[in-house]
Design a binder for this molecule. Sequence first.
Ligand code: HEC
Length: 232
Amino acid sequence: MLRSSLLRAFLAWLLFFACLRLVQPPIPESGIVLYMSIASLAILVYLASDDERVRSIASAGIRFARAKECAGIRVALFLVLSPPYESRQIHVSPPANILVGGKLVKYEEVVNPYRRLENEKPLLFQDHVERGKAVYFLHCFMCHGAKLDGRGMFSEAFHPPPLAFSGQDTIAQMEEAYVFWRIQTGGAGLPPVATPWHSAMPAWEHELTEKEIWQVILYLYRATGNRPQVVR
Ligand code: HEC
């Protein structure tokens, strides 16, 4: 009697779930969770509506919780029901090669071609910084913030959030080659260790020229007073 009513309840639950999944156009995940919660509640009410049934379910539950023979199953159930451990690396290691000018170049050999102008031709350098600023305020500030603090107007919508460039823990610890690679390939270019969360950082390789990417990098460092790590 107990087995058959539990089995029937479970089958009804499963059937309802399958029907929801078949509805076209598909019901959004949040809707499925809502309907299934209501269905689960209704099934619980049905199971609880008979005293005899409630008693036999309760004693079966207690038996399961106490019986030595069930220890293995209890551990297995615990493992299955535990939420998966989510680790995510925010700053992943750079790739061995980076695509520059249509060619794969060794990471160590990739340098910002305008960086040397900083000492050699300061006025020209300043010009590149200004162009980088224009790129930033056209394409980046809505996420990374007008103050480069990661608090742009869209920033709240993303998880992981856009990173701040001000402060000592992002670009201050990076080589320009790394920053170039991150801007070029965005969240899509991150290796699997960066999952399970999905970065909203766009890949800019098709939107911006390499020159514009190097210029915006100059601006990121200049505006925050940070210095890039020097490529070995
Ligand atoms: C739609 C929102 C969005 C826009 C627009 C955007 N970013 Fe991002 N960006 C992110 C998010 C989210 C992250 C953090 C996740 C990650 O590292 O991929 C990020 C990360 C980065 C990083 C890595 C920083 C670090 O410390 O690892 C750099 C560099 C960067 N963005 C530069 C830019 C530049 C330059 C632009 C404009 C050309 C830009 N982003 C536009 C959302 C955005």
